[in-house]
Design a protein around this ligand. Sequence first.
Ligand SMILES: [Cu+2]
Length: 135
Amino acid sequence: MKKTLVVVVVFASLILSACGGSAAPSDTIDVTLTDFQYIPNSFTVPAGQEITLNSMNNGAVVHNFVIMKLGTTAGDMFDEEDMPNVFWEVEIQPGGSIGTTFTAPTEPGEYQVVCRTEGHIASGMTAKLAVVAGE
Ligand SMILES: [Cu+2]
C-alpha cells in the first residue's frame, strides 16, 4: 500500500515537470501556423525583454499571431470590441514567413494568443503566452 503511494507521487511529479509550468523562458519564439493551429501552442518569455518571433504560415489562408492584453481574451470571435485589447500582432500570408521582434509585456502572467482571421478562433486557433519575471 505504502509503496503504491510513493510510486504515484513520483509519477505525478514527473508529469508536472514535463508539463511545462516551469518551462524555461526564451527570448525566441519559433512558431508554425497551419489551418488552424499554432505549433507549438504554448510559449514562455521573460517579462520586458525583446523577443524574436520567427513564424511560418504553412496554411492556405492568412493567419495572425495576436497577443491579447493581460486579463483579456477575444472570446469566440475576434471583432471590433477586441481591438483595444490587442497587445501586439503580426499577420502572416499563406506560404509566407516573418521574422520580427516585439517587447514582451512587463507584467508577468498568462496572455492569450489568437488568430484574428474570421472563424479561426472557433476552429481552435489559440495559444498561450506565459510571461515570467526576469531574475
Ligand atoms: Cu488563422
